[in-house]
Write a protein that binds this ligand. Structure first.
Ligand code: QAP
Ligand code: CO
Length: 180
């Protein structure tokens, strides 16, 4: 088990398109286990492989209160979605501290492989439907802020860059204190 580093928006690697997994083997099971550990540690309710700089179609989700209902989707695809749309507030581990409403289909049906490489289908609504769609967007290189207005995207981008810069200066100060 290992904690993985989560890429932060606006890192260009978040916009890479993930490739389909060719075989659900031990390597993929280890990736999913490490992603789950990283998501629970954050803590978050969903994480896509793209966010840990692995550009393969794997997502992990747990929307339960008890934090013990892990779902892993390999090569997920949406096979049906409702005409009904619903707004829901979203956040993202790659955009910490920023939240905004995104409107998406209220219900979806998703087909994916499980960790045994077996095909399964799942109907989802509510938070689970939001989370699966949000994570599947990551696999296409899309971050939820790209659903917002250009103005909001520009604001989030510059605030994230400013925070990153402050963090770097803080790290540099701490390092020079230690060596002094
Ligand atoms: C995607 O996001 C999601 O800003 C998963 O400071 C989010 O787990 C789908 C998080 C909302 C549906 C609704 C965000 C943690 C976690 C932050 C997450 C933060 C700390 C986000
Ligand atoms: Co996200």
């Amino acid at each position: 088990m290992a904690l993985l580093t989560i890429l932060r928006y606006p890192d260009p690697r978040l916009h890479r398109r993930a490739k389909a997994v060719q075989a659900v083997d031990e390597r993929v099971r280890q990736l999913a286990a490490d992603m789950a550990e990283t998501m629970y540690d954050a803590p978050g309710i969903g994480l896509a492989a793209t966010q840990v700089d692995v550009h393969e179609q794997v997502i992990v989700v747990d929307v339960s209160e008890s934090r013990d209902q892990l779902m892993v989707f390999v090569n997920p695809r949406i096979v049906a979605s409702s005409h009904e749309l619903r707004p829901h507030e979203e956040g993202c581990l790659s955009v910490p501290g920023f939240y905004d409403d995104v409107t998406r289909p209220a219900q979806i049906e998703v087909e994916a492989l499980d960790l045994d490489g077996k095909v399964f289908r799942l109907q989802a609504e509510g938070l689970l439907a939001v989370c699966v769609q949000h994570e599947m967007d990551h696999l296409q290189g899309k971050v939820f802020v790209q659903h917002l207005s250009r103005l909001k995207q520009a604001r989030i981008r510059s605030r994230m860059l400013k925070l990153e810069k402050e963090r770097r200066q803080e790290d540099t100060a701490t390092a020079s204190e230690r060596s002094a």
